[in-house]
Design a binder for this molecule. Structure first.
Ligand code: SAM
Length: 295
């Protein structure tokens, strides 16, 4: 049912929930955003312009999708809940700026963690132009989705994601913070991380237990040379295996030779009892170079 009231207004969302007997599925992280300012905040943070190509993860009943389309974007969405395509077809505007919906919107019923982005998007997106991601993520898989996007072989203009505040804090963390860890480093070697705004849990139906943040990730122009990325991420993970222990302790399995380990730690110019969370990204790069590859 097309309507002048945005899908993401509490009134319209309630009406849609009642019309289709929707029971939000917690196991799929279904928390529908009913805060028009927050929805428009995502559209603005992603700097959506007419003609933009946008991947949306989890359109739900279409509150963000609708505003992305009205801002002029072409939207490709991944969704796993098979009850939603029909609702989206009925509730999204059938025409956008005179164009039929199917020219501007494509829905793939597929777990985004199984996405093969290049194959899935072929024919709908033009790979010679950058792509944006805009999503209110299903929170139970935020971290794997960020890793999947980070490893996608796509040219991103920006990746704008709503996530639980705790994960956003990890993405932005600096060395010395308790939130600083493998996720921080995996993202910060590829992307600039900017917090756009935070959203209270009352902005969702049903309310999640935690507050949320919208984060904009923008690819770095000059990425640090980390060598083999899989090796680098693995070394970082191993360095944080026991984050309360010293780096020296964590390095034992990677570099069993005590002298070599001490030599490496000395070369980092740090206290010998340094903990992994105190190291900069450049120091992790130095460590990864000194550790033999497992492949
Ligand atoms: N975009 C809507 C909004 O803002 O109201 C819904 C967001 S809700 C937090 C997350 C959405 O992700 C749900 O529609 C859920 O069904 C979908 N989802 C959950 N797991 C998914 C997966 N593995 N792949 C794709 N979508 C998924």
């Amino acid at each position: 049912m097309n309507s002048d009231i945005p899908i993401g207004s509490p009134l319209r969302t309630e009406a849609i929930i009642n019309r289709y007997f929707i029971h939000a599925k917690r196991k799929l992280g279904q928390n529908f955003l009913v805060d028009h300012d927050a929805i428009m905040g995502i559209v603005h943070a992603a700097n959506i312009k007419p003609g933009d190509q946008v991947i949306e993860i989890g359109p739900g009943i279409g509150s963000l999708t609708e505003q992305l389309l009205l801002a002029g974007a072409k939207v490709f969405a991944y969704e796993v809940d098979d009850s939603l395509p029909e609702i989206l077809r009925n509730e999204l505007p059938s025409k956008i700026n005179g164009e039929p919906l199917n020219k501007r919107f494509k829905l793939l019923l597929k777990d985004v963690l199984k996405a093969n982005f290049k194959d899935d998007l072929a024919g709908f997106f033009d790979f010679t132009r950058p792509i944006k991601v805009a999503a209110n993520l299903p929170y139970y898989i935020t971290t794997p989705i960020i890793f999947a996007l980070n490893q996608a072989d796509l040219q991103f203009a920006n990746v704008t994601l709503m996530m639980q505040k705790e994960v956003a804090d990890r993405l932005q963390a600096k060395p010395g913070n308790k939130e600083y860890g493998p996720l921080t480093i995996a993202v910060q070697i590829e992307m600039n991380v900017n917090l756009a705004f935070t959203v209270k849990n009352r902005s969702f139906i049903p309310r999640p237990r935690v507050d949320s943040s919208v984060v904009v990730l923008t690819p770095l122009k000059n990425k640090p040379d980390v060598g083999d990325i899989k090796h680098f991420n693995w070394v970082v993970k191993m360095c944080f295996a026991q984050r309360r222990k010293t780096l020296n302790n964590n390095l034992k399995s990677l570099l069993p030779d005590k002298d070599k380990r001490e030599q490496l730690i000395t070369s980092l110019n740090v206290d010998p009892r340094v903990r992994p969370e105190e190291l900069t990204i450049s120091q992790f790069i130095q460590i990864a170079r000194a550790i033999p590859s497992q492949r």
